[in-house]
Ligand binder design. Structure first.
Ligand SMILES: C=C1C[C@]23C[C@@]1(O)CC[C@H]2[C@@]12CCC[C@@](C)(C(=O)O1)[C@H]2[C@@H]3C(=O)O
Ligand SMILES: O=C(O)CCC(=O)C(=O)O
Ligand SMILES: [Fe+2]
Length: 373
């Protein structure tokens, strides 16, 4: 099943030749990016080291719970995905984005479509354009989508499709293992209940490929605007070049994920998971910055339920308390988020049954400057 579409119009979806531009143009210049300080969020950093979880660790479920509650983001090691496969994915993505503009534009995202080449859906909610190109695909439509770029279906096409399908197979295995740990952490018992939730949580898989060309003046622009992911959870595989920053409150700051161990995957808890866990796991605002010396690629592997399935706080998470969120489908949630962007609010607050009463690090969307600018 494909991801729900949340697209209206894409005003920024014209091709911009980054290689030809010596400066960051006004259209790509973002204000207020450094209003909150950047801090070191790398492994081993003194204060803000992002947690690391090893899937092989016998205490991994507790580590997953702690990281999901306190950060909403962690680095995953021991996931079993061969590093040579990750290297082939990275090389394949880099070659795809290196195709001539005219070939890439054949796959351009059309109005109302959730798939295609171009900027990501949230781009249309911001007045400025990011320094990146993207391509949204689902495993089910991967061959048909990529055929638009490679109509002759030659060797490059077949090779890239094979690599991405193998990547998907391996990611599914890793995501199933991780989902079992999430459920153990939440106290969801019973094999049948578990199996059903595992399947539903990962029924909609969407891959978003990101390409961030190097930039002569990286501090003036962004690669990907500040956002939370909206599904259940997301894996991000990045090249050796760092670029993701997380937003943390108290005091407000941006830990940068620098020096991520090679092969580690970044895991981000997303909005529907915050709802499912009644606010126990938190969805974290993040953004991607660009780099002066190196072009960067990443793949975000988004997992979520079918678009029309109702998501409500789990009984196990509510306990004897009250549900903190109303029931919502992913399709509906996209509309709520669109309204939140239009009004400067927070989508999670808008579906909350007790607005204002949140521990979530990201609920102050209107206070992160580049969101409201
Ligand atoms: C399944 C999806 C999640 C996503 C919207 C989409 O339909 C396909 C692209 C995904 C992505 C990737 C970049 C950031 C993001 C916010 C965006 O605009 O497109 C996410 C979306 C999301 O998590 O809501
Ligand atoms: O490239 C990155 O580090 C971030 C990607 C991301 O957040 C996304 O695609 O949702
Ligand atoms: Fe994201």
């Amino acid at each position: 099943m494909s991801a729900p579409s949340q697209l209206s119009k894409h005003p920024h979806n014209n091709y911009f030749d980054f290689g030809a531009a010596r400066q960051v143009p006004e259209t790509h210049t973002w204000e207020g990016l450094y209003e909150h300080p950047l801090v070191d969020g790398g492994v081993g950093a003194a204060e803000d080291a992002v947690p690391v979880v090893d899937l092989r660790d016998p205490h991994a479920a507790e580590a997953v719970a702690r990281a999901s509650e306190q950060w909403g983001t962690f680095l995953l090691e021991g996931h079993g995905i061969p590093s040579e496969l990750l290297a082939r994915v990275e090389a394949g993505i880099a070659s795809m984005f290196a195709l001539p503009a005219s070939e890439k534009m054949r796959a351009a995202r059309q109005d109302g479509q959730s798939h295609g080449y171009g900027l990501p859906p949230i781009a249309s909610y911001f007045p400025k354009t990011t320094r990146s190109e993207g391509y949204t695909l689902s495993p089910a439509n991967l061959r048909a989508e990529l055929r638009k770029m490679w109509p002759d279906a030659g060797e490059d096409y077949r090779h890239f499709c094979d690599v991405m399908e193998e990547f998907h197979r391996q990611m599914r295995l890793a995501s199933d293992k991780l989902t079992v740990l999430f459920l153990a952490a939440l106290g969801v018992a019973g094999v049948e209940a578990e199996r059903k939730i595992v399947d539903t949580m990962s029924e909609t898989v969407t891959m978003h490929l990101n390409w961030y060309p190097k930039c002569p003046d990286p501090k003036r622009t962004l690669g990907l605007a500040t956002h939370t992911d909206s599904g259940f959870f997301t894996f991000v595989m990045q090249s050796h070049v760092s670029g993701m920053q997380l937003f943390r409150r108290g005091p407000d700051r941006w830990p940068g994920l620098v020096g991520v161990p090679p092969g580690a995957l970044i895991v981000n808890i997303s909005d529907l998971f915050q709802i499912l866990t009644n606010g126990r796991f938190c969805s974290t605002y993040h953004r991607a910055v660009v780099n002066r010396d190196s072009t960067r690629v990443s793949v975000a592997y988004h997992l979520g339920p079918p678009a029309g399935v109702k998501v409500a706080p789990l009984r196990e998470a509510v306990g004897c308390g009250k549900p903190a969120y109303r029931t919502v489908t992913w399709r509906e949630y996209f509309l709520v988020r669109k309204e939140a962007f239009a009004t400067g609010g927070s989508a999670l607050q808008m579906v909350s049954l007790s607005p204002g009463d949140h521990k979530n690090h990201g609920d102050g969307a209107d206070q992160i400057s580049e969101i409201s600018s």
